[in-house]
Design a protein around this ligand. Sequence first.
Ligand SMILES: Nc1ncnc2c1ncn2[C@@H]1O[C@H](COP(=O)(O)OS(=O)(=O)O)[C@@H](OP(=O)(O)O)[C@H]1O
Length: 616
Amino acid sequence: MYIRLAHLWREGGYYTDFNVLWHRPFPPARYFDVSLRACSPVDKEGLQAHVNALQESFNRTGKAPPQEMRMSFPTPPSGAFPSMHMHFLKHDPVLACAMLGLGDPENEKCYAESDDYGRECVIAIMNRCIVQENTFLAEKELCVIQERKSQRQLPASSSSSSRAPCPPSHYSTMRVRQGHIVEWFNCDLRAGMSLPLADDWRQDPRVIRSHALWMGPYVSMGVIPTPTSMFRWDNPFSIPSTHPDSLYARATADVIALHSWAPAQSCPKLGLEAGVQKAAEGRCTYSEYIEGTRICAPSFFIPGVQKGASTFLFAKLSRHPQVLQPIAGSQYKEVGTYTTRRERYPYRSEFFPYTAPGEPFHVGDASVPYVSSLQAPELILKDNPRAKFLFSLRDPVLRAWSDYRFQKPLYSTKGWTFKEVVRKSIQELQDCCAQIPEIKPEDDPQGKKVEKEKSAKKARQQKKRMSRDLREENQNHCERLDAYAFSRCNQSDPGRIVSRGLYVIFINHYLEHVAADNLHVVTVEEMKENPVMTLGRAAAFLELCPYDWNREDLDPVHVTGYKGPAKEDGGLDEEIERELRAFYRPFNARLYEVLGRNLGWDKEDRNASMEGTGRR
Ligand SMILES: Nc1ncnc2c1ncn2[C@@H]1O[C@H](COP(=O)(O)OS(=O)(=O)O)[C@@H](OP(=O)(O)O)[C@H]1O
């Protein structure tokens, strides 16, 4: 029996082939040396994002990263392992991120509290360690697993042995000393690997009691040749029999069943029976993609916007039994594989679990860079012409303020306050606008009034006037969509916090490719006001079976703290807020027209939006 591994991911494994597994709490105050490598091709941006996330996380704790967690990781002593384990392709910050959750003493609470898990031998999977919410999410994840565990009614077919207690020997004390964990793993092996967390790499693996479990790419394909008991699988370098009917496979299936999640209500229309888990399938292969025998592309996308509660939206929708998340990629969110034109079909397909024709699953991809990507809609529709797009927007002023706080480390290095970034950006956009006469945000952010016959000539003139860099970057944009050139004018601000709020430009670009019925907009304001209704509408748009969203934890996630930036900047300055509002007003007005509804960001009475500004 194979279990769809995406269920496992749903329970806590999300965005990477790596999951951390432990069966007893770790002792406090220890760090890991981590050797890293990427098993799937991680693009430069993705990699960079993780490096940033990691750095950000360190910055937020206010402490220097422990030496061992810096991005330079030691290589193993030569000859320590057979050469097959030794070819390091790339350092994988995702793994570092996962390990960070184990290495950060601030997270210790969650492990201390997880004693229960040790006693009951429940596998806790910790890998939601993106950026600053590390502690919070890890802790929450544990609670969720625990809660699920108590609530879950395992299907009758599932063996109760999935909850079998660990043999007592597994509770022996293990000391993990600071800076002493060095693990290597080999992506070429056939299956998941258990990485013993030892206090010394030379330690006899048979006496090691805590493991990290790496779910390799082949595991994602539904082939789960892991041993009977991961707890007994002590030597990561000897992978035993892989026959699917073997005890190993069955035991693994039990473990996975514990973490899978069957729908609570039947949905006959879609062949989903309450309490019944679906059989496993894995990720798409290139040939399947090419032959079209399997559906490899995601069925829905959340292309942002940045700081528009996209993490919340995707995380909540992913709780729905029909929704599957990406199974690989740089994060459970932010796969970002549709932002480039490079020939990446084989690559793209591997990020997602496949669905066989007729299967009731919806695969989602929430990657915020898609929102302003010129290529994304076209590329997506090429892979899946029926893809649906769910945008999560936010009052652009508050979005900018959130983004500034989020990207504070970037601005700190430049010494720019929010006010400075905003003024500089507005000026730049207006100058750029003046240079490109046909783009006038006040009356026509889309450039639709441009006289067609003159546009080719003007485009050429425009290009001459633009700075060299801008011209190079925007060459295609200028030719194809003037408004994009405008949104890209915000060159001096690497964080683009102002231009990212020009939603109408982006939405209009999507609407050039996507049928209006396949595009739905929710707002952070709605999500805050009535998350159940907002999620219900989003789910209806995605044509998901009815689901009781009240059973989910609907607290905001990925909340940017005020630590640092707000204190320094004294919250969102009223004067700059006014200026920014005035700048956005015409764009918002255009957006409301395009969407056919007023999103309420330009009301005179802004009291409702004061929350989150840092002002009283
Ligand atoms: N349910 C709900 N209601 C209201 N607001 C919410 C919700 N969930 C997340 N948030 C806020 O969304 C901000 C994070 O957005 P994203 O997850 O899209 O950020 S990112 O672009 O992926 O980095 C972040 O905003 P700030 O805290 O103001 O920065 C979150 O607090």
